[in-house]
Design a protein around this ligand. Structure first.
Ligand SMILES: C[S@@+](CC[C@H](N)C(=O)[O-])C[C@H]1O[C@@H](n2cnc3c(N)ncnc32)[C@H](O)[C@@H]1O
Length: 214
């Protein structure tokens, strides 16, 4: 397990997470997509897209070492209403331990090591169909279309069918699920061309929900 210094601060976490991120990227570059965590600017711009109350229920997929997670918490997301899914066991451990040190919560942080393809089996069963936002930083662009579709479908399956939406961070100005345009409304909500690499936040809303409302 990755060790964290005893007196933990955001600064010590940030340097340790960059080290761990790079190490895991060397082992699985396609799974991580980038060699470094999201920039603070892009993380906070992503979080600012969400309308948050202390009841807002969020599932973050591809939570990594937690840089985007901390931006969500700074935005006002209630830690008890946030489930964080991460495939890499070392990153999941790091995220769990750093959150335990940084935030006080009655419940344990819901850091779940697992594959977002089976999202409804990972999150609390009472949340299925009631999630307000799925926030994704999974590198969909590096996956084949079948896998992208499976992950997006798994996210749609846990969302509130009327109001839920997906926010996806990507390092491509082209939507990674352009081929799903028939079913999903795809809007580029944020573009940070000066990010390294240029970063984009996509909002995906299922058209089926829009039809249901009309
Ligand atoms: C680009 S990193 C983002 C990490 C962090 N959210 C950030 O922005 O700094 C993508 C993360 O998605 C995770 N990931 C990739 N495929 C996944 C899957 N099928 N299920 C869950 N996590 C996955 C990777 O292990 C990696 O930690």
């Amino acid at each position: 397990m990755t060790s964290l210094p005893h007196s933990i601060t955001i600064k010590s976490i940030a340097s340790e997470e960059s080290r761990l991120f790079f190490k895991q990227w060397l082992k699985s570059p396609m799974q991580l997509g980038t060699f470094a965590p999201i920039s603070l600017k892009l993380a906070h711009l992503t979080a600012s897209q969400l309308e948050v109350t202390n009841k807002t229920t969020i599932v973050e997929i591809g939570a990594g070492t937690g840089r985007l997670t901390r931006a969500l918490l700074a935005r006002g997301v209630n830690l008890d209403k946030l489930a964080m899914i991460e495939l890499d066991p070392k990153m999941s451990d790091f995220l769990r331990h750093s959150l335990q040190h940084l935030y006080t919560s009655k419940a344990q942080p819901k850091v779940i090591q697992g594959n977002a393809e089976i999202l409804s089996e990972l999150i609390p069963s009472a949340w299925v169909g009631k999630v307000d936002y799925v926030v994704s930083a999974i590198p969909l662009m590096y996956m084949d279309e079948t896998l992208r579709e499976r992950i997006i479908q798994a996210a749609l399956d846990v969302l509130n069918p009327v109001t839920g939406s997906i926010y996806h961070v990507s390092y491509s100005p082209i939507s990674p699920i352009k081929f799903m345009e028939g079913e999903i409304l795809q809007k580029r909500a944020v573009s940070v061309w000066g990010n390294m690499p240029p970063g984009f936040v996509w909002r995906f809303t299922p058209k089926r929900y829009l039809h249901d409302l009309s």
